[in-house]
Ligand binder design. Structure first.
Ligand SMILES: Nc1nc2c(ncn2[C@@H]2O[C@H](COP(=O)(O)OP(=O)(O)OP(=O)(O)O)[C@@H](O)[C@H]2O)c(=O)[nH]1
Ligand SMILES: [Mg+2]
Length: 550
């Protein structure tokens, strides 16, 4: 596991965390993103100071011997020790090396600095194995001085190595174990020191170490080394020196520490984002189902019925039997009632969408959101739900406009061409019928006045022998033919117009349905998919930040 984690370099992990925080914006809990942002700042800064120096801090309860141990390690009395508790109130930095790490210590905000003379220079190598160490003697965390605790916590956040100093009386200290538990991911950079062993018998010492190991394991730090020593007598100090020397030589404490920090915050963020169900894509079926439900709820069938009825009515008025056309005009236009009729212009509105229909459309959206968010962690359910729940009024408004737009388009496409031709024929037939009627009326009037018969031409006089029509007088033919043919043509046209009406209704339904589908995609599906994509991206970034390859 560790080897896998180490495969992603720390700077890359920190930048992945940074990108994740930028992408997440306010989608995640500020209690988690706040510390994560602070970590990014801290890590960038610490990385900038490089690995020339390894910073170790002595942490622990007041009187545990931190200052005494500092002096023992540095071979000096730089740190004040004492019986008055608490003794240390501001952090002291002892550094081993040629140059003072100004910038690093400035960043750590440590004012008291002590340059350790290289007492322990190795005769063979010619340098002190602690060369490159900054050791911080830190105020306690358990005295009445709150400022001490704050300073200790601040330092503990910034250093590379955490060395907890305790003694036989204090190793069970609750406060210390709370800190240890909180930083249980930092096992690789934590050391436990049992001080004052000069005051213990061998048995007591063994007992203490066993107890400490048990407590550390319970805190989640089973592998943390326990160093037994006496700052006063100097016994065992060499063991701690060896631990520090190794850390200084490996130069890995800084990256281990920051890596542990990064893993901790990234894992917490990842638990909010959820690791399950990566790359969630909303199936096209979900969008189609919602569009269908919204079309049904929009009352589109009223509109398409009205489109068909309107077309039949217009046809009747244009190509119907001329003698009864006017009756049609007396009735209101079906589309007019929906404010969609010819000449209505401006915004149109569907039949007042009833409360039930509104509820149906709201419900359809809610169900769709539910389907999509079903498998998501709670935090992300809210994010996706918010994205996929449009303002219902705006949604209905857009659907309404889409429907009326489809009606207007079909209306603007004009009447079928055959109407003009049939209308012309109908007018000719009507005129013929009227002419025949007048002719016959004149003949009847002549007969009434006993005028000599005016010869009435028959069809064969005009066209030669024309079958059964040959003997029919032309005025009679005009009247009867005009009326009968007009009625037959009207009946035929009505049939044809009914087919056209159905086709127009279908066209309106199809184009409105497509428009509603587009609106659904824009207002509901795409915004949700975008949030799901953000989540997928966060999962990737946070996995990298946590130290794993994607
Ligand atoms: N017997 C014994 N006493 C020790 C040892 N180390 C420290 N002491 C004593 O413990 C007391 C406290 O030591 P300090 O080094 O001041 O402790 P500290 O942890 O720095 O305390 P604060 O600065 O108050 O947090 C002093 O009286 C030391 O002499 C040790 O190894 N053995
Ligand atoms: Mg002290």
């Amino acid at each position: 596991m560790l080897r896998r984690r180490n495969r992603v370099e720390l700077p890359q992990r920190i930048e992945a965390l940074h990108s994740a925080l930028e992408l997440a914006g306010d989608r995640l809990n500020p209690d988690t993103t706040g510390p994560a942002g602070a970590l990014v700042d801290k890590a960038r800064e610490r990385l900038r100071h490089g690995t020339t120096y390894t910073v170790a801090a002595l942490l622990g309860a007041t009187g545990s011997g931190k200052s005494s141990l500092t002096n023992a390690l540095a071979g000096t009395e730089a740190a004040t020790t004492g019986v008055r508790r608490p003794t240390t109130s501001s952090t002291l930095a002892c550094f081993w090396g040629d140059d003072e790490p100004h910038e690093l210590l400035d960043w750590l905000e440590v004012v008291n600095r002590y340059h350790v003379d290289q007492h322990h220079t190795d005769h063979e190598t010619g340098f002190d194995p602690l060369d490159g160490l900054v050791l911080l003697d830190v105020p306690d965390h358990d005295s009445v001085q709150v400022s001490h605790r704050l300073e200790m916590e601040r330092i503990a956040r910034h250093v590379d190595l955490l060395i907890w100093v305790t003694d036989a009386e204090k190793y069970g200290d609750n406060a210390m174990h709370t800190y240890l538990r909180e930083m249980s991911g930092h096992g690789a950079v934590t050391v436990m020191v049992l001080n004052k062993i000069d005051m213990l018998t061998d048995d007591e010492r063994k007992q203490c170490v066993t107890d400490i190991r048990r407590l550390l394991a319970a805190d989640g730090l089973p592998d943390t080394p326990v160093v037994e020593l006496s700052a006063n007598s100097g016994e065992g100090v060499v063991d701690l020196r060896a631990v520090l020397a190794e850390a200084v030589e490996r130069k890995a404490a800084m990256t281990d520490r920051l890596g542990a920090d990064c893993t901790a915050v990234s894992s917490e963020l990842l638990s909010e984002v959820g690791t399950e169900n990566r790359d969630v894509a909303i199936s096209p079926q979900v969008g189609q189902d919602l569009a269908t439900a919204l079309v049904d709820a929009s009352g589109l069938s009223f509109v398409t019925d009205a489109v068909a009825a309107g077309h039949r009515r217009d046809a009747a008025a244009k190509v119907g039997w001329p003698f009864t056309r006017w009756v049609r005009r007396l009735r209101p236009h079906p589309l007019g009632r929906l404010h969609l009729g010819p000449g209505s212009g401006g915004r149109s509105s569907l039949p007042e969408i009833s409360g039930v229909q509104l509820a149906r459309s709201e419900n359809a959206v809610r169900q769709t959101v539910g389907t999509v968010t079903d498998q998501l962690p709670e935090q992300w359910v809210d994010v996706v739900r918010e994205a996929g729940t449009p303002n219902q009024a705006a949604l209905n408004n857009q659907i309404d406009n889409a429907v009326s737009g489809s009606v207007r388009r079909i209306h603007d496409s004009g009447s079928p061409r055959w109407w003009t031709l049939v209308n012309l024929v109908q007018l000719v037939l009507a005129v013929s019928a009227i002419a025949g009627a007048i002719w016959l009326a004149l003949l009847a009037f002549g007969a009434y006045l006993r005028l000599p018969d005016i010869p009435t031409p028959e069809f064969d006089d005009l066209f030669g022998p024309v079958g059964f029509l040959s003997q029919v007088p032309i005025p009679t033919g005009l009247l009867i033919g005009g009326l009968v043919l007009g009625l037959v043509l009207a009946a035929f046209s009505r049939r044809l117009a009914a087919v056209g009406a159905r086709r127009r209704a279908a066209t309106v339904r199809a184009s409105a349905a497509q428009a509603v589908q587009d609106i659904t995609d824009d207002l509901v599906i795409k915004p949700m998919q975008e949030e799901l994509n953000v989540r997928t991206e966060l999962q990737k970034l946070l996995t990298v930040a946590a130290g794993d390859r994607e």
